[in-house]
Design a protein around this ligand. Structure first.
Ligand code: Z5A
Length: 208
């Protein structure tokens, strides 16, 4: 039987990486084997593309290049890791996927949403997640978390606050448009509370 494809989405610092590790542990306890990946990157080619995408050195990157680079990293990840894992019956937990391109390049950078969709349909061969958890937090909260963590800002994080506000609202719009796939979780709660909210839904939805 094909595995399940779960994605986590949200603004910077929303807690996606923290939650993916917790979900993986909980699923392992239930005997579910998972492959965990993150975007951009997750393959040798994708990791190189990630370096280019996030390096502040390329502040002159044009919008088309940015959309295509995110999509190219994704194409490699789908082909090399995600589809094979799903076909082996494993669950795939993915930290960001196509919805990130729609939120950041579509809503954030205000590129034509349909064009972003078309490029990504080609990149993924039409592979859509089965379930998506959107960790919603105010932009300032996410920034403060990253500041406390002491992370140096990458090229995307250097964008203006208004850009990140559009990203957050864009995500909420995407979730509203696909209520059967998305679950919006309040990312301002404690890590354990967020985890509890995700797992309650995930167990119910998956019937395990
Ligand atoms: N991007 C794009 O534009 N288009 C695309 O198609 C794709 C991506 C795929 C990737 O950067 C950038 O690329 C990203 C979007 C863009 N840029 N932005 N802005 P990345 O992979 O380096 O970063 P990220 O995906 O934004 O992840 P992050 O910043 O590391 O955040 P996170 O994974 O959501 O959060 P975390 O690492 O779990 O937690 C952050 C900190 O908060 C950490 O110190 C935690 O201990 C703490 N934390 C976590 N949860 C909580 C709670 N609940 N309360 C308090 N503190 C918490």
């Amino acid at each position: 039987m094909r595995g399940r494809f779960i994605t986590l989405e949200g603004p910077e610092g929303a807690g996606k990486t923290t939650q993916i590790q917790k979900i993986r542990e909980k699923l392992r306890e239930r005997g579910v084997s998972c492959t965990v990946v993150r975007e951009p990157g997750g393959t040798r080619i994708g990791d190189r593309v990630r370096e280019i995408l996030l390096s502040p050195e390329f502040s002159n990157m044009c919008q088309r290049t940015e959309i295509l680079l995110y999509a190219s990293s994704r194409a490699q990840l789908v082909e090399e890791v995600i589809r094979p894992a799903l076909e082996r019956g494993e669950w795939v937990l993915c930290d960001r996927y196509v919805d990130s391109s729609l939120a950041y390049q579509g809503y954030g950078a205000m590129w034509d949403l349909e064009e972003v969709k078309i490029v990504n349909r080609i990149a993924t061969g039409g592979l859509v997640p089965d379930r998506t958890y959107l960790l919603d937090i105010p932009v300032e909260t996410g920034r403060e978390r990253l500041r406390l963590r002491g992370k140096k800002k990458d090229r995307m994080e250097m964008k203006e606050k208004l850009f990140h506000e559009r990203v957050r609202q864009g995500y909420l719009t995407l979730a509203e448009r696909e209520p059967h796939r998305f679950r919006v979780v309040d990312g301002t709660k404690t890590p354990d509370e967020v985890h509890g909210a995700i797992m309650r839904d995930l167990f119910l939805w998956a019937g395990i």
